[in-house]
Design a binder for this molecule. Structure first.
Ligand code: ADP
Ligand code: MG
Length: 209
């Protein structure tokens, strides 16, 4: 089933949006399952660095960064199947990387899309710092976790990733359909995404009955 690639600057709100998409898709599945057994089999997965135990420090150097990308890629590829909706909640900042992931979904005859979380660099920097203070508060109250999602990017790592970011282009087949979610929008385009990814007539014949 579909591959949903998140893309955006670090601390742009990708995980926040990925969770919104997951919740929306789960509510659609709950609503439609009683009357559609194919929908009832669908499961939504979110893959991200935190879940894979990847530290934000890997982006400081080429080698660990490459390994982290390979780990992420492998995790997405393993989950892709006829009954799984995979939300690849990473930066997916390299055009060629998005192309490869798109090809993985193509090989399984399943659609893919890109969700571009459009947040200006200045906002990301603000939110990155805010996340750090959330984390400090959490530590004071005894919060812990292997890779805390509230861990902030080091400022130089953040700047460097923003500099290297390759913006999606909806005119290319690997970045389309492209859903753009502006930072100030409260909602994600859930229905449009569901229609493109699950209700897509071209997809239905491939759903085993
Ligand atoms: P990413 O996954 O892109 O690194 P997150 O979703 O973890 O980003 O968000 C980074 C920080 O910004 C978090 O502290 C989050 O609460 C905050 N944040 C995300 N989206 C918004 C928003 N639309 N408005 C205000 N704060 C936000
Ligand atoms: Mg995230």
């Amino acid at each position: 089933m579909p591959l949903i690639m998140m893309s955006g600057f670090p601390a742009s709100g990708k995980t926040t949006r990925a969770n919104q998409i997951r919740d929306f898709f789960n509510s659609k599945i709950a609503e439609l399952s009683p009357t559609d057994p194919r929908i009832a089999r669908l499961k939504v997965h979110v893959v991200n660095d935190e879940g894979l135990g990847i530290s934000k420090e890997v982006y400081r150097e080429a080698r660990p960064e490459k390994d982290a990308r390979a780990t992420f890629y492998g995790a997405v590829k393993r989950l892709l199947s006829a009954d799984d909706i995979v939300i690849a909640d990473g930066m997916n900042y390299i055009k060629g990387y998005r192309y490869q992931l798109h090809c993985e979904s193509k090989a399984l005859l399943t659609p893919s899309c890109v969700v571009y979380v459009g947040t200006p660099a200045e906002k990301c920097k603000e939110w990155n710092v805010a996340r750090d203070s959330e984390k400090k508060e959490g530590e004071e109250t005894g919060g812990e976790g292997k890779q805390d999602s509230r861990e902030a990017y080091a400022p130089d790592v953040l700047d460097n990733l923003i500099f290297r970011y390759e913006e999606p282009n909806g005119m290319t087949r690997w970045d389309s359909p492209l859903f753009i979610v502006p930072w100030m929008d409260e909602h994600i385009p859930g229905e449009e995404m569901w229609n493109a990814m699950v209700n897509n007539e071209a997809v239905k014949p491939h759903l085993a009955t």
